[in-house]
Ligand binder design. Sequence first.
Ligand SMILES: Nc1nc2c(c(=O)[nH]1)N[C@H]1C(S)=C(S)[C@@H](COP(=O)(O)O)O[C@H]1N2
Ligand SMILES: [Mo]
Length: 338
Amino acid sequence: MLIKIAKPHDLRDSDVTPESVYLSRRRFMGGMAGLGAGLALGGPAHAGANYADVPEGNGPAWLKKKIDDTHWKAVTPANSEKDTLAPFDDASGYNNFYEFGSGKADPARRAGSLKTQPWSVVIDGEVNNGGRFALEDLASPSRFEERIYRLRCVEAWSMVIPWLGIPLAEVIRRAEPTSRARYVRFETLVDPEQMPGQRSAFSLIDWPYVEGLRLDEAMHPLTLLAMGMYGRELPNQNGAPLRLVVPWKYGFKSIKSIVRISLVEEQPLNSWQQIAPEEYGFYANVNPRVDHPRWSQATERRLPNSLFSPNTIDTLMFNGYADEVAELYAGMDLRTHY
Ligand SMILES: Nc1nc2c(c(=O)[nH]1)N[C@H]1C(S)=C(S)[C@@H](COP(=O)(O)O)O[C@H]1N2
Ligand SMILES: [Mo]
């Protein structure tokens, strides 16, 4: 089931939001005043959120240092009273990561077995400057930024999460795509010893988990390669040490624990499209007017919620980022290209 069972303290949103997160949100909203909603790249750096209640991560020293040096340049989702940050415990306890099982609590329970150090990423295909890069070398030329984004799962729940990372565009530019590159294809690690979901004979997914973007989507300034969240390293269950975040698309596009990024000529076949092409497409743009064949996409349950307070809100076109991304799809029939 998709509705989260109420914990005794889940009475109201404001009761479960840690004070530090509230403070940082208020500081953040204050910092955004005068900039208007939407993309504020180049806006004034905000003071940096104080995620005092978030536990220490166990990432490498270089990553802790990069997080400390983060350019606190938050990008807000469209302003709405409902856009409070999800408590860290919800964002790191209610996950989809089928490599660790299909239940929402499985990744938090089982992803401890994922070894994230050392980690390297292969960049290949239609590039002049590809190769295998240690994660530190991939990250080091870029400064970290904080991005506060909505994450809207195709299953019609959502959360607001503060990510830390670098624009994917910077990594792609450094790889020097050839003129033939039209799409970007991503792969997650395959290692059944570390990933119990890959040992299951009943798994739907033909591993590796694969995702893809059109090159212009990948180069869009909102598209982030995240290495942290809530002012610390990514927890394993959220896709450590490197995951994609594409905030205007359904969550399944935001592939976790990436080991390969390929620039390609042909549109990649992403895992969910391969499993059920009539239900999940390549584009997967959040769209309240195009329903999933088995449920409506007009509304969503904003977490944290409870049985008594489902916290249902209207889903916004492109998840609220239409001003930034609608032009990417000008002239396209979004009903056909779902
Ligand atoms: N490799 C991999 N990436 C994945 C998934 C997955 O099962 N495997 N699930 C996706 C789905 S359906 C969603 S909604 C988001 C959830 O991200 P979160 O757990 O950090 O909120 O991760 C996406 N990335
Ligand atoms: Mo999802």
